[in-house]
Design a protein around this ligand. Sequence first.
Ligand SMILES: [Zn+2]
Length: 251
Amino acid sequence: MKPFSDKVICLGKVTYSESSQIVTLFGAEHGKLRGIAKGARREKGGFSGGFDLLYLGAADYIPPRGSSELGTLTNFYLENSFVGLRADLLSLNSALFLAEFTADMTEDMDPHPELFELLSRSLSRLEAGEPAPDVILNYEQYLMENTGHQPCLDCCCLCGGETDSLAHPYFSSSAGGLVCDGCCPSVEEKRLTERKVVDLLRKGQLPAEGHADIIIKAHGLLCYHKRAITGRPGKVMGFLNSLLLARMNRK
Ligand SMILES: [Zn+2]
């Protein structure tokens, strides 16, 4: 594959050498891109506008060759650093969580242009101070749908039986969604959820009271699902959820 340019958001970076970093980018047209950014830590070079997590800009990228999994990021032209995000702990960690979620749930070079647009919009919304739980849940749901990981919440995903009458249905990631009381004993991995959470995720239906708490609980269920799918919680998820929980308990 030939070198190309794409609009990207930086999802992750780790130091590789004195002057280089290994970066994970989300490209508008090409999906997740991983590569070595040579000279990214130097003053001069192709990254003179600066380069950091959540930065949005245009990138020049050389795809991996042979058996290598890493390509090369040769240039980056900064367009938006979302500087306002960095002033607020919850907004910043929510944004970092969306980046981590995207990196963990998408495959290299698998394009998701609508998801890219939503990620960019979600970062702007967080920067503008919109409620973090709303922005997070909206993005998580869309990402799961867009990547084919949306759980089945309409009925029991094993037997097709109804689950609407259950106030506290069980949810199992390995089974693919809700499980009815009859199927429950045959499933080892599961967790109890509640009707209000299921109704929110399924129909976008919010209860008359306690909106924020149900949104946070619905996010918690999707975190559980994500952890089961990827086999890892992610570095940001734990800290973000402790911030959200503290906010929920403060009221
Ligand atoms: Zn069943």
